[in-house]
Design a protein around this ligand. Structure first.
Ligand code: NI
Ligand code: MN
Length: 227
C-alpha cells in the first residue's frame, strides 16, 4: 500500500499508487536526463500538466501502446482525443475520484501552448490523494504563488518542486514554496536537464533541511521514493 514515486529525470515522474501506474509528464525521447525510454515504461493512466513539449513528450506513443487513459485539462483532453487516445478532462480546482485515488488539478503560473501551436488551456499542478490516504503534490512547471499555503493545508506527505529557474521557480523561490506547503518530504525536479537549468540540488536540500521541518531528498534519474 502507499505511493512509490520514480523520478525519470526532468519533470517526468511515475507513481505506483496502490498497484496502479500513474505516469506524469512522460518526456523520454529527446530528454538528455531520462533514465529509461518510452517503450519500456508502464502506464494505466498518464497525467499531463501542460502543453509544452517537455511535458506532453511521449504521451501519444505510450498511451497507444499501453491503452492508458490520459488525464489533463479539457482543452488538451480534446487534443489527445483527436489523436485517438482515451481521455479524462478536468480543470483547475476540480478533482475526480479515479480508480487510483482523488486527483485535483491545481493552479500553476506558467504557459501551456501545445507543440503544434494549438491552444492548451491553462497549466496545472497535481494534487493526489491515494485511496490508502497518502497525499502528494506535484507542482509541475510553475512560478511561486502564495496560495501554495492552501495546498499545504491538505497535509502533504510529499511534494515535488521545480528548482531549475529560468522556466520555473529557482532554488530561492522553491525554498519559499516549501515554507508555504510544509510537506513532510520534498523532492526537487526540473533541473540539470540542460545547462540553462543547471542547479546544485544538494545545496538546496541542505537549506531546506536547515530552515524547515521538511526533509529534502535529492534523487538521481531512475531513483525511487516511497511513502
Ligand atoms: Ni513548461
Ligand atoms: Mn518544463
Amino acid at each position: 500500500m502507499g505511493i512509490n514515486l520514480t523520478w525519470y529525470g526532468h519533470g517526468t515522474v511515475g507513481l505506483d499508487v496502490d498497484g496502479q501506474n500513474v505516469l506524469v509528464d512522460p518526456f523520454f525521447t529527446g530528454n538528455p536526463a531520462a533514465s529509461t525510454t518510452a517503450d519500456k515504461v508502464e502506464a494505466d493512466f498518464i497525467v499531463v500538466s501542460h502543453g509544452h513539449g517537455d511535458h506532453v513528450g511521449d504521451t501519444v506513443d505510450i498511451a497507444k501502446r499501453t491503452g492508458a487513459q490520459v488525464i489533463t485539462n479539457a482543452e488538451m483532453a480534446n487534443w489527445f482525443e483527436a489523436q485517438g487516445l482515451t481521455t479524462h478532462g478536468q480543470h483547475l480546482g476540480g478533482g475526480f475520484n479515479h480508480p487510483f485515488g482523488y486527483l485535483k488539478l491545481t493552479q500553476a503560473i506558467h504557459g501551456s501552448g501545445l507543440p503544434d501551436g494549438s491552444y492548451g488551456g491553462n497549466p496545472a499542478g497535481i494534487l493526489l490523494r491515494a485511496k490508502s490516504g497518502e497525499k502528494v503534490y506535484l507542482a509541475c512547471d510553475t512560478g511561486l504563488f502564495s496560495d501554495m499555503q492552501l495546498i499545504g493545508e491538505e497535509g502533504l506527505d510529499l511534494a515535488t518542486l521545480p528548482i531549475g529557474d529560468n522556466y520555473t521557480m529557482g532554488p530561492d523561490d522553491a525554498l519559499k514554496a516549501v515554507k508555504y506547503l510544509e510537506p513532510k518530504n520534498v523532492i526537487p525536479v526540473h533541473y540539470n536537464t540542460w545547462d540553462l537549468i543547471a542547479q546544485d540540488a544538494d545545496a538546496w536540500a541542505e537549506r531546506v533541511n536547515a530552515e524547515t521541518k521538511t526533509k529534502a531528498h535529492v534523487l538521481q534519474p531512475g531513483d525511487e521514493f516511497n511513502i
